[in-house]
Write a protein that binds this ligand. Structure first.
Ligand code: MGP
Length: 194
């Protein structure tokens, strides 16, 4: 957006940043760098930057937050400001996640970017239900997870799941798991699929 400002009698064009509907925070977790053996989960999780303009988003995305730049066992997160990407956060505690896997780096980058743009552009009808998104690079398979707040609210989760598939342009079935189940059991069963 350009705006004319009068400075010393002269019209000077200044750029006004494009404001987003809300503030978002990028996080980074490099679990491969966990120095202490058996370090608690979350000890390598770092809050990187909170932003609320389109310009800052593109700058951060271009310079840093492309999953193809990640080493194995590292995660990027973009969560609503104020929500930590942990089961323990009060906004996430009763929630769960939709997960999509990707065998190819290029696909992960594309799906991640499409998801980020849909989130900051408030493209989901149930956008208040969303906590954020995580990109995980793993030896076996890379994946994206969209975290939401009220796992038992099936209608809201199904609406988000359907919309997310549209956004990332996939037709494969995706599954939703409750954080409560993940806490109890590593091989979490899925509760919904779409
Ligand atoms: P994960 O990272 O959700 O699964 O959880 P992933 O990526 O399939 O597993 P990986 O082995 O390929 O990395 C992996 C494990 O990390 C869980 O079983 C928990 O022990 C721990 N963990 C993950 N999360 C998201 C949390 C969390 O939010 N809080 C706590 N306390 N532990 C977590």
């Amino acid at each position: 957006m350009a705006e004319e400002v009068i400075e010393g009698g002269e019209a000077v064009e200044t750029k006004v940043p494009h404001q987003l509907a809300r503030r978002w925070t990028f996080w980074f977790d490099n679990q491969s760098k966990q120095t202490k053996q058996g370090a608690a989960w979350g000890s390598s999780l770092r809050k990187i930057y909170t932003f609320d303009t389109v310009e800052d988003f593109w700058c951060l995305y271009d310079q840093i937050f492309r999953p193809s730049k990640l080493v194995a066992n590292a995660d990027f997160h973009m969560f609503k400001a104020g929500i930590e990407p942990k089961w323990e956060d009060p906004e996430c505690a009763n929630g769960g996640k939709w997960t999509v896997t990707s065998g190819r780096k290029a696909t992960l980058d594309t799906m991640w970017l499409e998801t980020l743009m849909a989130l900051i552009g408030e493209q989901f009808d149930e956008s208040d239900e969303i906590c954020g998104v995580v990109a995980s690079v793993r030896q076996r398979q890379d994946k994206l997870a969209l975290w939401t707040k009220n796992a038992p609210n099936e209608a809201a989760q199904m609406s988000i799941g359907r919309k997310w598939k549209e956004v990332i342009d996939i037709t494969d079935r995706i599954t939703y798991s409750f954080h409560d189940d993940s806490k109890k059991d590593k091989s979490t069963r899925s509760r919904y699929n779409v």
